[in-house]
Design a binder for this molecule. Structure first.
Ligand code: FES
Length: 277
């Protein structure tokens, strides 16, 4: 059993979960995920790792409360135990010196892109963060980003913080802020990552996306996270979650995604995360 150290709602529907799991901290890297089960009957939930403390042996994730399993997890309290906390899983984000890297985070992805930003900074990159949400009250961890990023920018659809509008304003923001990234890393809902990839392709800026949101069981067994990347079939949970956003077949992905509309997109729409679907 694994002990919950902290579980709190940090913004509406988004929870921060810290679990005692020293076996994970021994080898965890940015981009990895863990599999969590809230109780013995619960489904497996793949959660991106958002932070860890190697000395304390604790791992932190941010999760969106969208269905029965994540609602169960959202009811867990500090001191409770959970039966499954397996990881680290997935391929790590490639960390090396690129030059200037823009880390884009939205929803749960603000959390998951944080360790990527930190590791890129430690590798000698100039890191700039762009945190996006529908409104300012859905942004979080700005102080953590300010500690690793040279600049932390905000983008809200209602203009209540930072730039106003959608992520499609990214090219304009890069011009206004005089940023010429050598790499963009985007973590967030699939629509955000698709749009980032679409607007950066004509600019020729390499863009890495993290396809964690399309996973269900995270084991390579259910097949739900299948996608085509550079003409080849890949599974986000085994071959990713990171992929080159310009090589993902987004059209095919969107077609397949429609199959899951009632189960997946509707709860996301209710949560406000995918209000633009
Ligand atoms: Fe089921 Fe990847 S999440 S195969």
């Amino acid at each position: 059993m694994y002990r919950i150290i902290e579980r709190r709602m940090i913004v509406p529907n988004l929870h921060e979960l810290t679990v005692e799991a020293p076996q994970v901290t021994e080898s965890v890297r940015p981009g990895n995920f863990v599999i969590v089960r809230p109780d013995a009957d619960g489904e497996r939930i793949p959660l991106s790792v958002a932070d860890w403390d190697a000395e304390a042996g604790t791992v932190t994730s941010i999760f969106l409360q969208v269905g029965a399993s994540t609602s169960k997890l959202a009811r867990r309290r500090p001191g409770d135990t959970i039966p499954t906390y397996a990881g680290p899983l997935g391929q790590e984000t490639e960390i090396r010196k690129y030059g200037t890297v823009l880390c884009v985070g939205g929803c749960y992805g603000i959390g998951s892109v944080y360790p990527v930003a930190r590791a890129l900074r430690e590798a000698g990159n100039t890191v700039i963060a762009l945190l996006e949400a529908r409104s300012s009250y859905l942004l979080y961890w700005q102080d953590k980003f300010r500690s690793v990023a040279e600049r932390t920018l905000e983008l809200t659809r209602d203009g209540s913080a930072g730039y106003k509008g959608h992520i499609t304003r990214l090219p304009e923001i890069l011009t206004l802020e005089k940023i010429a990234p050598d790499l963009i890393v985007a973590n967030g809902c699939t629509l955000q990552m698709m749009l980032v990839s679409r607007v950066t392709k004509p600019l020729g800026i390499k863009t890495i996306v993290n396809m964690n949101p399309i996973m269900i069981d995270g084991t390579g067994m259910c097949g739900v996270c299948r996608l085509t990347v550079a003409g080849k079939t890949k599974f986000a949970c085994v071959d990713g979650p990171d992929f080159d956003g310009h090589e993902v077949d987004w059209e095919e992905f969107l077609k397949r995604r429609k199959t899951y509309n009632p189960e997946e997109v509707h709860p996301l729409r209710k949560s406000g995360c995918a209000s633009h679907f």
